[in-house]
Design a protein around this ligand. Structure first.
Ligand code: CP
Length: 310
C-alpha cells in the first residue's frame, strides 16, 4: 500500500484508476472489520481532523465522523451557527484561527465552488472536499462506484443511467468523471432546462425520455431535486417534473434489467424524483450506499494520511 499521489482531494481528478481500486479493496476490509465486535483501528491518535461543514449534511458529516473515530483521530466538529462565522468572520480567518490549533486534516463542505482549494492557501493541513456548491462531491462518487463494484464486480458491460436534476448536482459531476475513468457505459436523463452545456465533456448518451433511460439498465441512479437551489424557474412544477422524470416501481420493474439496482445519493424527496415507496424496495441500495460511505471514507483518510499495513 502506498500513500496517495495527491495530498488533497478536491475532486476525483486527483485519483488514478489504480488508486480507486486500492481504495475499493481497503473499503472492503474496513467494512468487514466494522461489522465485527472489536473493530477499531486507532492508528491516527496523534492526528486532529476538523469537520468544517458550513452547509447542512446528515450522511457525509456523520460518516466522516465515524470514519475518523474508527481511525482514532481527534475530531473537531465545527459548529457553524455557534461559530464566529455567524458574526461575519471570514472563511480565511476561520481557517487561520483553527489551523493555529494544529489541524492535520480538514473535511470541508461549503456552498461556494472552489472553497476547498481556497482554504488550502491558509493552512498546511490536508483537505478533503465533502461537497462544494455545484462543483464536486468526490467522496459521494467514491461510495457510489464502490457500491456498484461491490454488487457487479466490474464496470465493463454495465449500463448505468443517471436521472434527474443534472444542472444543480455536484454528485453527477463527480460521478460522470469517475465512471468515465472506470469505463462504464452511461446514459443521463435530465430535463433540457436542467442540463448544463458542459454535459458534452463526458463520454455518455443523453436522453429526455425516462423510459429510454431505464430500459436495459443495470444501475438506475436518481438525483435529488435540489429544492433549495431552484431559484430560476427551470421547470414548471414538482408535479410535472414527477410525471415526466420520476422513477416509479412500474417503470423500474418493467424496463430495468433483472438484477438491476436503484441508487440515490440522498436526501431523497419521496414523490418527486422517486415514487413514494420505491426507495424501500429490495432492489434499492440507498441504505447500503450510506453504509459504504463510512467504509470508503475510512479508506480514503487511511490512504491520504499514509496508513500502511492492515
Ligand atoms: N449525499 C449527501 O451528500 O448527503 P448529505 O447532504 O446528507 O451529506
Amino acid at each position: 500500500m502506498i500513500a496517495m499521489r495527491a495530498r488533497n482531494l478536491y475532486d476525483v481528478d486527483e485519483l488514478e484508476v489504480m488508486e480507486v481500486y486500492e481504495l475499493f479493496e481497503l473499503a472492503k476490509i474496513f467494512k468487514k472489520r466494522m461489522s465485527s465486535p472489536v473493530n477499531k483501528l486507532p492508528i491516527f491518535k496523534d492526528k486532529t481532523v476538523c469537520n468544517l461543514f458550513v452547509e447542512p449534511s446528515t450522511r457525509t458529516k456523520n460518516s466522516f465522523e465515524l470514519a475518523e473515530k474508527f481511525l482514532g483521530m481527534n475530531v473537531l466538529n465545527f459548529n457553524t451557527s455557534s461559530s464566529a462565522l455567524s458574526k461575519k468572520e471570514t472563511l480565511k480567518d476561520t481557517v487561520l484561527t483553527l489551523s493555529s490549533m494544529s489541524i492535520d486534516l480538514y473535511v470541508i463542505r461549503h456552498r461556494e465552488p472552489g472553497s476547498p482549494a481556497f482554504i488550502s492557501k491558509f493552512t498546511d493541513a490536508q483537505i478533503i472536499n465533502a461537497g462544494d456548491g455545484l462543483h464536486a462531491h468526490p467522496t459521494q462518487a467514491l461510495l457510489d462506484t464502490f457500491t456498484i463494484f461491490e454488487r457487479f464486480g466490474s464496470f465493463k458491460d454495465l449500463r448505468i443511467s443517471i436521472i434527474g436534476d443534472y444542472y444543480h448536482s455536484r454528485v453527477i459531476r463527480s460521478n460522470l468523471k469517475l465512471l468515465n475513468k472506470l469505463g462504464a457505459n452511461i446514459t443521463v436523463c435530465s430535463p433540457s432546462t436542467l442540463t448544463p452545456k458542459s454535459s458534452s465533456l463526458y463520454n455518455m448518451s443523453f436522453t429526455n425520455d425516462v423510459v429510454e433511460a431505464i430500459k436495459g439498465s443495470d444501475v438506475v441512479m436518481g438525483l435529488r431535486m435540489q429544492l433549495e437551489r431552484q431559484t430560476d424557474g427551470l421547470f414548471a412544477s414538482l408535479k410535472e417534473y414527477n410525471e415526466n422524470f420520476g422513477i416509479t416501481e412500474e417503470l423500474f420493474e418493467k424496463y430495468a434489467n433483472k438484477n438491476a439496482i436503484l441508487m440515490h445519493p440522498g436526501p431523497i424527496n419521496r414523490g418527486v424524483e422517486l415514487s413514494g415507496s420505491i426507495a424501500d424496495k429490495h432492489y434499492s441500495v440507498i441504505n447500503e450506499q450510506v453504509k459504504n460511505g463510512v467504509a470508503t471514507r475510512t479508506a480514503l483518510i487511511y490512504k491520504m494520511m499514509g496508513g500502511e499495513g492492515i
